[in-house]
Design a protein around this ligand. Sequence first.
Ligand code: 5GP
Ligand code: ZN
Length: 116
Amino acid sequence: MQDCIFCKIVRGEIPSKKAYEDDELLAFHDIQPAAPVHLLVVPKRHIASLADAGEADAPLLGRMMALTGRLARENGSPDGYRTIVNTGRIGRQDVMHVHVHVLGGTNPLGPMVPRH
Ligand code: 5GP
Ligand code: ZN
């Protein structure tokens, strides 16, 4: 996708602080961290959101989730973390390229209270 920010990061057209990369996935540090550790895991192939994913995408999405434990441990969140996937307008998704937020640090995060 030409104008997608995360596709541009995947292609190296926008710089990012990478934490993991393989042929299918990229993980990098969020530019505006909401916790001491804040990583984003994205598929290299453009999928707009979780709402646009289908059965065929299940292995890829599974790999994204399965990577989070290692990512958190290797990046300063040794004892757990929070994963968030915002989806669409209702989920307040800003970047329309599916991504898993990995939030953590060395202290417990605040309670996940929804703000309306
Ligand atoms: P969303 O609201 O779509 O779930 O989250 C998008 C996230 O992408 C936000 O946390 C935002 O800080 C992050 N982000 C947006 N643009 C960039 C960028 O150019 N580089 C990096 N590393 N993160 C970005
Ligand atoms: Zn994209």
